[in-house]
Write a protein that binds this ligand. Sequence first.
Ligand code: PBG
Length: 322
Amino acid sequence: MNQRPRRNRKSANVREMVAETNLKIEDLIYPLFIVDGSNKKLPISSMPNCFRWSLDLLLKEIETCGKLGINNFVLFPAVENHLKDKTASYGYDSKNFYLKAIHTIKNNFPEFTLMSDVAMDPYSIDGHDGLVINGEIDNDQSLPILCKMALAQAEAGIDIIGPSDMMDGRIGAIRETLDDNEFTSTSIMSYTAKYASAFYGPFRDALDSEPKFGDKKTYQMDPRNKSESLIEAELDELEGADILMIKPALSYLDVIQTIKKNSNLPISAYNVSGEYAMVHAAAEKGWLDYNQTFNEVLTSIKRAGADIILTYFAKDFARLKK
Ligand code: PBG
């Protein structure tokens, strides 16, 4: 035999030398949930070791994460029901605790990257990402609301805007709003190929943001489609996105690979709540080894072509590396 592939696997050092995928803590963005008030660290039953933090405790948590080498965070608000309305107006209200939190975190940790979520669902009584009119999600009337949310976040000091709503044309509309207001340095990471997925269940528990009627299939993508993700990618690129995201990650590795091959922009993938919950549930039962499994999950997402991974495993990955 001239070729014996096993020779390149014969020791840990050789395997390390020939490894094709190098997952680094710098590739990861850690999602964090924020609630109003103080001294709160509320558990999320379907997401072990994730919490809804009040700002005072969140600042300490971010400091801890920083010491572990995590520099990038995506922030989500858990909003009390009495603040929700049809038009998600609290989303850009100057009293909004989420916007205040962005401002405070940025002041305390200017070196860290903060990313936001732009969608109406945390603030909407309908629990949909766009504006509901006569039982339908109205695309074009949602755009000005999403733009107001994005502008308010930019004013609060966010580094990267994360539109997760899947309305058509929102990347262009948000880019124009930011530029018109001199936020030319504020980036947009577009949720480009966001699928209508069952894997968001635990996240909706965390934010109490379940749609109040129907589902999200008229705006989020059909899991059966891949070519369509290239249309979304092309549009987001033309409209001014800086980074393209695929979400969820694990059941969509082929989509990550396809978009990576077809775009010169950096590619990110969101390893979502349900993917996190699955590994925890199996590990709790003693059916899978937690550390090895999540490491393999993250490695596969990187190998498929994601430059950046949003993941609830970030802290455990950082601890494992230490
Ligand atoms: C809301 C939003 C969702 C997630 C991120 N932003 C849920 C949804 O679309 O219903 C899901 C993240 C996760 O499951 O970890 N626009």
